[in-house]
Design a protein around this ligand. Structure first.
Ligand SMILES: C[S@@+](CC[C@H](N)C(=O)[O-])C[C@H]1O[C@@H](n2cnc3c(N)ncnc32)[C@H](O)[C@@H]1O
Length: 270
């Protein structure tokens, strides 16, 4: 435990671009919080962001593609037990249930309003789904309760030390931890992001103005981790952590990063 604590402290100051991030890359990161992370922001503003993510993911079939990626990771397991953390609207879990006849899902988020909305909808009534409020960094579940833990478009919300703790937790309660998130862009691409993202967002939202969504999207780009940062975070959680980079499930939208974390000897665990 002492060794892990020391490593956590090391990653706490790691730039989002990874241990060897350039001087310029380090200028393009922020400690600003997204609306979704702030206690002083009203629920309806946060739900506008969640609603935008739901609509964009539905239009681009992103929820379905992410669900297929999750199911690929558990292919060969007859009745996979899946925990989704940071589910927001829950559409990824809904797609998992649609695509797999026996999978069970626990759909969770840190935000009680999002969980209440999911519980009140169709997914909340599904016989193979249950809903929970869960903090990714302190998951109330026994070791190996799940075959897979999945976290989509949310990992960048966690600062490095917290993100490393989330990897440790997810690979404790689950055999594998699938993270799909925005991929950190080069400084030039980040400079162009506001210009590129505005027309795309406006078209996708059928020209309706969604300032909270654009606000959070811009901050997300500056908080996104690089592949080398994700490897360092995994190794800080456990020096023998296996960190496997998969190809991106989507071509539309901003580039994404898909990573599976698992501990040594995971397949020998009961
Ligand atoms: C950008 S949204 C992504 C929602 C959804 N997964 C998607 O793909 O559209 C990020 C979500 O992560 C949740 N979140 C942030 N920090 C969290 C934490 N520590 N534990 C669990 N969920 C968290 C937020 O409440 C929010 O619903």
């Amino acid at each position: 435990m002492a060794t892990t604590d020391v490593l956590y402290e090391d990653v706490a100051t790691m730039p989002r671009g990874g241990p060897a991030a350039s001087w310029l890359d380090r200028r393009f990161q922020t400690f600003a919080l997204e609306y979704l992370d702030r206690d002083d922001v009203p629920d309806d503003v946060k739900q506008r962001v969640i609603g935008m993510l739901d609509r964009i993911g539905t239009l681009t079939k992103q929820h379905e593609k992410y669900a297929r990626t999750a199911l690929d990771v558990v292919a060969g397991i007859p009745n996979p037990r899946i925990l989704e953390i940071g589910a927001g609207h829950g559409k990824l879990s809904a797609q998992i249930l649609r695509l797999h006849p026996t999978a069970t899902v626990t759909v969770s988020d840190l935000d009680p309003t999002s969980v209440a909305n999911i519980a009140a909808g169709e997914l909340g009534k599904h016989p193979r789904a249950r809903t929970r409020v869960i903090d990714a960094t302190a998951i109330d579940a026994a070791d190996d309760s799940y075959d897979l833990v999945v976290f989509a478009l949310a990992f960048h919300h966690l600062p490095p030390a917290v993100a490393s703790r989330a990897i440790a937790e997810a690979t404790r309660v689950g055999k594998r931890f699938l993270v799909i998130d925005l991929k950190r862009q080069s400084p030039l691409a980040m400079m162009l992001f506001p210009v590129m993202a505005l027309p795309i967002n406006l078209v996708l939202l059928r020209c309706s103005w969604n300032w909270p969504g654009l606000h959070d999207g811009f901050i997300s780009a500056l908080r996104a981790y690089s592949p080398s940062a994700l490897k360092a975070l995994g190794r800080a959680a456990d020096p023998q952590m296996n960190v496997e980079l998969l190809s991106s499930p989507t071509r539309l939208g901003p580039p994404s990063l898909t990573v599976v974390f698992s501990r040594l000897g995971v397949d020998d665990r009961g």
